[in-house]
Unconditional design. Structure first.
Length: 261
């Protein structure tokens, strides 16, 4: 089991309740691949709360960084921890995104803090492309400057129209795919509804789409079967995968989405 400790180097508030956490973790940073995640135990909550999974935002030079949003007791406590605090960390976990996109234009599609692993991915892909970012409001759109500094073209959609185009990020994607050229390969991370829409559009356009699923994870290593996902094989048969162990990255054509309740 990839279990160890990492010391907090710095915590920085970003916007809209989001925070950037930098950790000193040389071995973990050296092994990390875009799309993988870490499983953190929050000090003081060991007996009452589970570990939390966080996608890797940056890794290198002995450091690892994550972006997270304060959404409950665990992340509220995490945000108060000072530099020097040592955290129990499992990772890197999961399979990560494929990094060879061939001659296809890479299009990255991110919603909210789902953008974090896409920044890491943008540093490793051999070809630069287009980044499409979405959120409810301007404060939910993160990392524009990161992508621009890497030389990627960035487009933004917000549901309230406070930044970029008013609407959904999948509307931006639809325009790119409807244009037809050049051939594209998609990489996406965000809410399930967005991922399902990205996958549907990609399949209709004949594109591969690699989707990072966000299921409720308990153990993080595939033992508890709390984060199962149905997948379709090439012959049409269905099998059960573990998002934490076999994913979290899956190609859109293999995913069997549950019908809305």
């Amino acid at each position: 089991m990839p279990l160890g400790e990492a010391a907090i180097l710095e915590q920085t508030p970003v916007s809209g309740g989001y925070c950037l956490l930098r950790l000193a973790a040389p071995e973990l940073a050296a092994a990390a691949q875009p799309g993988q995640f870490i499983h953190l135990r929050i000090p003081g909550l060991e007996t009452t709360a589970l570990r939390r999974p966080f996608s890797i935002y940056r890794a290198g030079a002995g450091e690892l960084a994550i972006l997270y949003k304060r959404v409950g007791r665990g992340t509220d406590v995490l945000a108060t921890l000072p530099a020097g605090t040592r955290l129990s960390v499992m990772g890197p976990l999961g399979n990560g995104f494929p990094l060879a996109s061939g001659d296809r234009l890479p299009i990255l599609v991110g919603g909210g803090y789902g953008v974090a692993p896409l920044v890491f991915l943008a540093t490793r892909l051999p070809r630069k492309g287009v980044v499409l970012l979405g959120g409810r409001r301007a404060a939910d759109v993160l990392c524009i400057a990161d992508f621009e500094a890497l030389g990627w073209s960035v487009e933004v959609a917000t549901q309230d129209g406070s930044l970029g185009t008013e609407g959904l990020v999948t509307d931006l994607l639809g325009r790119h795919l409807d244009a037809g050229a050049p051939p594209a390969e998609l990489f996406a991370c965000g809410p399930d509804g967005m991922l399902r829409a990205v996958g549907t559009r990609a399949i209709a356009a004949g594109c591969r789409a690699w989707l990072s699923l966000d299921h409720h994870m308990v153990c993080g290593i595939g033992a508890c079967l709390a984060c199962v996902q149905r997948l379709r094989e090439a012959d049409g048969s269905i099998h059960i995968a573990r998002v934490c162990k076999d994913g979290p990255i899956f190609e859109a054509r293999t995913i069997v989405w549950e019908d809305p309740a």
